[in-house]
Design a protein around this ligand. Structure first.
Ligand code: AMP
Ligand code: MG
Length: 336
């Protein structure tokens, strides 16, 4: 009798496992110059993920700075002083200008000329001359960008770079698509811009690792947070960079200097339901640095995990009970 019961249990477990895996669908793909992955659960998982990927590809076709026929590239090579965008692109431009105002200009999508100069992805990246940087700086500044519906006025010959916000925007869009497909549980990872939808299928929280900014192993973390239904976005000086003469030149540009930001931070993680906002603010807070950045986030009631160059880990009060620290052996310091 006992044997039969155990056999019954095993069959039952196998059946359950196959149900779970049947309803789980993962796709790893590469777009927006970044490796991405989406795992969704539920009977429409495959359809929801497939639709999400074609949506992200469509966004890339609109916002890419490198695809020559994208709206952003066409606007960047415009003749006149204005450009008429599609509703999708102009809406994100307007939102980005709001983020610039809110962050006192730390976040700025008009740095295209500068980010072209600081091409961290080039095979042999080079340090631009001071002259080049000063000239490029003259053609930046969100104040020179005046959106009026889909019509956007460029008051100087500036170029747009939406790389600091578009992956967050894509995450929010994917969340909506997955909801339309009635998918209640999913994890979306668009190159470090993560969205966890609902809880895990077994009803527990998602554990999302916080990357060790000084270990090239993609799986090296300094801890993790246990969360549900939120976005987790990280900006760091380790994501795209080159080192020359011992100096790290990374991809987050301080709009005031035209050089990679020299703040006291190595990484900024923002946790909030709007991934678009989290993306813009993680970039901005990285530039603001610890003191100004925490003041800004506290004022706006936004959760965060900062890692300073002296390896201190700073976690917002509200998030402390969800954070598990694992960085001690790696020299990180965390005071609860
Ligand atoms: P993120 O990884 O979201 O912090 O964004 C960094 C990317 O945004 C860079 O690769 C640039 O394309 C762009 N970027 C760099 N500096 C800024 C800035 N100060 N404001 C907005 N976007 C920026
Ligand atoms: Mg960003």
């Amino acid at each position: 009798m006992k044997k039969i019961f155990i056999l019954f249990l095993i069959i039952n477990m196998l059946f359950l496992t196959s149900c779970v895996s049947k309803n789980e669908y993962t796709n790893n793909f590469f777009t927006m110059d970044t490796p991405m992955s989406i795992t969704a659960y539920g009977k429409n998982a495959k359809e929801g993920v497939t639709k999400s990927i074609s949506y992200i590809n469509k966004l890339d076709g609109l916002f890419s700075k490198t695809l020559s026929q994208s709206e952003i590239s066409l606007a960047n090579s415009r003749d006149g002083s204005a450009y008429v965008f599609s509703e999708t692109v102009s809406a994100l431009i307007s939102k980005s200008v709001e983020y610039s105002k809110a962050t006192d200009g730390a976040f700025d999508i008009t740095l295209g000329t500068l980010t072209n100069l600081w091409d961290t992805k080039a095979e042999n990246p080079k340090i631009p001359s001071e002259k080049e940087i000063n000239e490029a700086l003259e053609n930046t500044g969100y104040q020179n960008l005046v959106p009026n519906g889909t019509y956007v006025l460029f008051k100087s010959p500036l170029k747009l770079d939406m790389g600091g916000v578009v992956k967050g925007y894509a995450c929010d869009g994917v969340y909506k698509i997955l909801s339309d497909y009635d998918i209640k549980s999913a994890i979306v990872n668009l190159g470090g811009n993560i969205y966890v939808k609902g809880e895990k299928p077994d009803g527990t929280l998602w554990n999302v690792g916080i990357k060790d900014p000084r270990n090239d192993d993609q799986n090296a973390i300094i801890g993790y947070i246990s969360v549900k239904d939120t976005s987790i976005v990280t900006s760091g000086d380790y994501q795209r960079y080159f080192i020359k003469d011992g100096i790290r030149y990374h991809h987050i540009i301080d709009p005031k200097t035209g050089y990679p930001s020299e703040s006291d931070l190595m990484s900024v993680t923002i946790i909030c339901p709007s991934s678009t906002m989290a993306d813009a603010y993680s970039t901005a807070v990285f530039i603001m640095g610890r003191e100004k950045g925490t003041e800004f986030l506290e004022k706006n009631n936004i959760d965060y995990i900062l890692i300073t160059k002296s390896k201190e880990v700073i976690v917002s009060e509200n998030l402390k009970s969800s954070f598990t620290f694992e960085g001690k052996e790696k020299g990180y310091i965390y005071e609860k």
